[in-house]
Design a protein around this ligand. Structure first.
Ligand SMILES: C[S@@+](CC[C@H](N)C(=O)[O-])C[C@H]1O[C@@H](n2cnc3c(N)ncnc32)[C@H](O)[C@@H]1O
Length: 240
């Protein structure tokens, strides 16, 4: 900074410095969280299907049943071991992404006999390497509460969806009050080891998207899980 700079210029310079440092800090924190998620799923991968096939079955079944009534190119974000891949209608084109290489290895083995699975890639759902408005349908099952930055992931899922396209989330969302809410809050400290976030109310999603919530259904077991179906708005017609 030179001596000739005015006070407002100096202030602007300082503000830029602070902003850029904060941005780097946020990036570092996200990376740490990402490392924890990767480590958790590297541990889970060998047992994942045995442990999580049954409890998550109903949610996957409902989401895929709905997707199978639609058409086009589907992105499954957080595809994991690819447990849902064989259930998609054969004429739907499927792309899957996941942060965990260990989970994806299993998905790739599953996809060997599934010609409609176009690509399985290691990728962060919060930083998707796809162009805007690329997919007809985007689905994330049991993912939004395990990502370090859910708002960023929601923005990315929306960005890569075509106008008029569908975004489906299946997840457990925490209760607003009562015993269940207390248990969920107490589980929060184990989040890193479990690889998910136990205290995560639905409002964290609903207040951070421009998409229209079209349908919300609660699912077995014990209505613990919720399927949210969003539609990305079409741009207004010219002159409207
Ligand atoms: C609970 S598993 C769900 C897997 C699968 N959707 C299912 O139905 O069984 C969560 C998955 O999300 C992945 N994941 C976590 N954070 C992610 C991120 N930022 N981007 C992409 N995948 C992520 C994990 O690696 C894991 O495979």
């Amino acid at each position: 900074m030179s001596r000739s700079e005015t006070f407002p210029e100096r202030m602007r310079f300082l503000a830029d410095q602070v902003r850029s440092r904060l941005k780097n800090l946020r990036r570092e924190v996200a990376k740490l969280d990402e490392t924890a998620v990767r480590a958790a799923y590297a541990r889970w991968a060998p047992y994942y299907d045995i442990i999580f096939r049954a409890p998550f079955h109903k949610g996957r079944q409902e989401a895929v049943k709905h997707i199978n009534t639609l058409s086009g190119h589907v992105l499954e974000a957080g595809v994991g071991t690819g447990i849902s891949l064989p259930r998609y209608r054969e004429d739907l084109e499927i792309t899957g992404i996941d942060l965990s290489e260990e989970m994806l290895e299993r998905a790739r083995i599953r996809a060997r006999n599934l010609p409609n699975v176009r690509e399985l890639a290691t990728m962060d759902a919060g930083d998707l390497a796809f162009p805007d408005e690329h997919f007809d349908v985007v689905v994330a099952m049991y993912v939004i509460t395990v990502v370090p930055d859910p708002a960023r992931v929601m923005r990315e899922l929306e960005r890569v969806t075509k106008p008029g396209g569908t975004v489906i989330l299946v997840n457990h969302f925490s209760a607003d009050g009562g015993i269940r809410a207390q248990i969920e809050r107490s589980m929060e400290r184990f989040a890193d080891r479990l690889g998910w976030n136990a205290d995560f109310p639905k409002s964290r999603i609903l207040t951070r998207t421009n998409m229209r919530l079209e349908k919300e259904i609660t699912l077995a077991p014990f209505r613990l899980f919720t399927m949210l179906t969003f539609r990305k708005p079409e741009p207004p017609a010219p002159g409207a």
